[in-house]
Structure formats: C-alpha cells, structure tokens
Design a protein around this ligand. Structure first.
Ligand SMILES: C[S@@+](CC[C@H](N)C(=O)[O-])C[C@H]1O[C@@H](n2cnc3c(N)ncnc32)[C@H](O)[C@@H]1O
Length: 247
C-alpha cells in the first residue's frame, strides 16, 4: 500500500477510512486497554511539546474521537482555538458526542474552543501560516505519503510554530523489543477479536506499525521537509515516540 501510483494511494486512504469508520465506537476503549491507560499520559506530553499556551490556535490533524483535541483545549483555554480534523465521519461523530458530554461534565462550553472538521490530512483546507502549532496523534502512520503530509502541515503552521507527531515507534532493547512486537502482532489482534469483534483492524495496526519508519527516520524526514530543531523523544521505552520540528 505504499504510494507507488495514484491508484495505490486511493486504496490506502479508502482502506484506512473504512477501518476507522468500522471501529469508531470501540476505539477509545480498545486504546485504553491495549496501552494499559498510558495513552492519556502520552497525549499530555504531546500537548506540552507543541507548547499549547492559553490563547493559542492549534490544529489537531487526524483527531479521531478527539481525545488529544480535548487535552489541547484545556491548555489553550477560552481565548484559544482548537481545530480537530479527520476524514472518518464515524470517528468525528464520537468526538462530537464527547464534546457534548464534556460540556455537561466540566460545565464549560468546549464548543467555543474546539471546532471539528471533516477533511483530508493530505489537502488541509486552511491558508498558509494559520496555526501556532500542529499535532498529529497516531495519524502519520496512516497517511499515504509521509513527506507530502508533513509538508502540508508545515505549510499551515506559522513560522516559529511546532509540529508534533505522537505515534507508534520502534523500541531498541532486545527482549523488550521482542515482547513489544509479539504483543502487537499476536495479543492485540486477539483482543480486537474478543473485545470488539474486529481482528482485521488490529492486524492493520501491526502492519502499519511495522512499515512505519523509526522515530529517528521520522525526525530526519521532518528535517528534509524544512523543519528546524527536529527531535524525537521515546516514551515508555520507545513503544511510542514524540517527533517534533519547528517551522
Ligand atoms: C489512530 S486514529 C488517531 C485518533 C486520535 N488522534 C487519537 O489521539 O486517538 C487515526 C485517525 O486518523 C484518521 N485519518 C487517517 N487518514 C486520514 C486522512 N488522510 N485525513 C484525515 N484523517 C485521516 C482516521 O480516520 C483516524 O480517526
């Protein structure tokens, strides 16, 4: 499913969209279970890395069910703005439900801070130099062309703004590495089959993680796309990593 021609490119996008539309309802639960609840902490580190300050305007690409968008909203506050963009209508529908639930629970109108938009990460519907920062959580791995998508995020961020990707990575230590791949290849699809009756989506998770370049390579691609101060930070022993760069 590499981008060898426009036909394959379409196939990957369509396939990914179908996968996420299919698992949307169970996405958050599966995420919490398979990361042992660590995903929340990882997202909070992404919020810090993108320097989401009060009043900032941040784009959250591939926002899915909106978990990262909500963490960003807490950081930017009522003077700020978060745009959550995703192409899966079912994932966005869950994000919309979360918006309503949080409004009631936190007694705050998150609708004033967060706007959810259906759109394509490969063709962002925004003018150049619009955002103070851009995040993409577990999204890059799903896109049809890494460099093109990073260039597109670079286009919409303001000079001095930071782009942060939080995604699966490649741990270095031998036994830990083997355990990790065994878990992702065997256990997670089994959990998918038992818990959400969808093994295929979680086989895709393994495939996409395997094909995804290492965190060092992603940082190098960020630099090739013209970003400065590119770096990566391994989280939980490198099972996931934050990669960032500044325009
Ligand atoms: C693994 S989910 C990540 C959701 C969320 N960022 C989080 O932190 O949980 C990946 C999301 O990327 C979205 N996605 C994949 N390719 C996309 C594209 N080309 N344009 C927009 N969204 C895309 C999927 O619909 C899905 O919701």
């Amino acid at each position: 499913m590499e981008k060898s021609g426009s036909h394959d490119w379409m196939n990957k996008a369509e396939y990914v969209k179908e996968v996420f539309n299919h698992i949307a309802e169970h996405y958050d639960l599966m995420n919490t279970i398979m990361t042992f609840g660590m995903d929340k902490k990882w997202r909070s580190l992404a919020v810090r890395q993108v320097r989401a300050r009060p009043g900032a305007k941040i784009l959250d690409v591939c926002c899915g069910t909106g978990q990262l968008s909500f963490e960003l909203a807490k950081a930017v506050g009522l003077q700020g703005k978060i745009i959550g963009l995703d192409f899966s209508e079912k994932m966005l529908a869950i994000a919309g439900q979360r918006l309503n639930e949080q409004n009631i629970k936190q007694k705050q109108d998150y609708g004033e801070i967060i706007t959810l938009i259906q759109g394509d990460a490969m063709n962002l519907p925004f003018k150049s130099d619009t955002f103070d920062g851009v995040t993409i959580g577990w999204g890059l791995r799903n896109l049809s062309d890494l460099s093109e998508s990073i260039e597109e995020m670079t286009r919409v961020v303001k000079p001095g703004g930071i782009i942060v990707s939080l995604d699966m990575a490649k741990p270095h230590f031998n036994i830990y590495k083997q355990l990790f791949w065994f878990y992702i290849e065997r256990i997670v699809p089994l959990m998918g089959r038992i818990l959400v009756k969808n093994e295929r989506a979680y086989n895709y998770l393994f495939q996409s993680a395997k094909e995804f370049p290492s965190q060092q390579e992603i940082a190098a691609i960020f630099a090739d796309c013209g970003l400065k101060d590119t770096r990566y930070r391994n989280l939980s022993g490198g099972v996931v990593a934050l990669v960032s760069g500044m325009k």
